[in-house]
Design a protein around this ligand. Structure first.
Ligand code: RM4
Ligand code: NI
Length: 285
């Protein structure tokens, strides 16, 4: 029986289903399989890669991909050294979703344009120059449209997100603003599960602050009180369902977290300045 290696052990950080391990040297390794994939880049030495019982010679410069559930191992190694990039192909399909789990990046990607408190990230001159470099790469890829350009654009976009995230992290925030990391994490959770019944007590407890502090922080950060903010999230979810599903208004109200569909319609009208039915008819135009 080959050994089984699992994602929970090697790719435990839910925020990014990707991990680089340097094997210098790579030890001989018995046959095994995993529920993640490996991209291997050999940078020194030589040896044998055993894959489905077949021994293949590998040496510095070789690059190969081991799909999840492939039985493989290493034998007869001579100073073999490699980089092993482990990833979950299913999750990588949407890497930005993983990036959103970082509080700083999550707040950048999700909170705009609701952030009104002046907690905006302003880049210094050299930072802006760096960001511009990445933006130009995206632009060039888009204009040229050469092979793999969508992937290249996504890769540069990811680099940009990382860069911006680091800019945020590098700011030494005064204590009041520091708590915004916890707040933006809470907001990420609210966004993902806006239909759930959330109480102020529960939200305040997760930030370890009093309910009045919670409200003050929320207002500072988003411009809304927690319950108002939650309603806007639910309305957005409702709007999304109106455009992308054939569910009835009642069902949509329910799925968006409104127990009363009349209340949903009233709030919707207030927010979008038209009743849900009208909003839905827009998709047909
Ligand atoms: C081993 C080898 C295997 C990898 C494990 C985690 O040294 O690189 O391919 O699955 O580590
Ligand atoms: Ni492996």
């Amino acid at each position: 029986m080959p050994g089984q290696l699992s994602k929970s052990e090697y790719l435990a950080d839910k925020r990014l289903p990707l991990r680089l391990i340097k094997r210098d040297p790579q030890e001989e390794y018995q046959l095994h399989e995993h529920d993640f994939s490996e991209l291997v880049i050999v940078f020194r030495g030589h040896g044998e890669h055993v894959i489905y019982g077949e021994h293949r010679t590998i040496e510095a410069g070789d690059v190969f991909l081991i799909h999840n559930r492939t039985v493989h191992g290493y034998a007869n190694l001579h100073d073999l050294a490699l980089y092993n990039l482990m990833f979950d192909p299913r999750e990588l399909a949407n890497p930005l979703q993983a990036f959103c789990r970082y509080p700083a990046i999550g707040s950048l990607l999700r909170l705009e344009p609701e952030v009104r408190s002046g907690n905006i990230l302003r880049l210094e001159k050299d930072e802006l120059a760096e960001a511009m470099k990445i933006l130009r790469c995206i632009e060039t890829e888009q204009e040229r449209g050469t092979e793999y350009f969508p992937l290249a654009m996504a890769a540069h976009f990811m680099l940009l997100t990382v860069f911006l995230g680091r800019c945020i992290a590098a700011r030494s925030l005064p204590p009041r603003q520091n708590s915004s990391a916890a707040l933006s994490e809470l907001i990420n959770r609210l966004t993902e599960h806006s239909e759930k019944r959330w109480t102020r007590t529960e939200m305040a407890r997760s930030l370890m602050v009093s309910e009045s502090t919670l409200t003050r922080m929320f207002k500072q950060y988003t411009g809304y009180a927690p319950n108002e903010y939650l309603i806007t999230l639910r309305l957005k979810k409702g709007a999304m369902l109106l455009l992308n599903s054939d569910l009835t208004i009642g069902e949509i109200a329910d799925r968006s977290g409104f127990s009363d569909s009349n209340y949903f319609c009233r709030q919707f009208k207030k927010h979008f300045r038209m009743p849900p039915q009208k909003y839905r008819s827009l998709r047909l135009q």
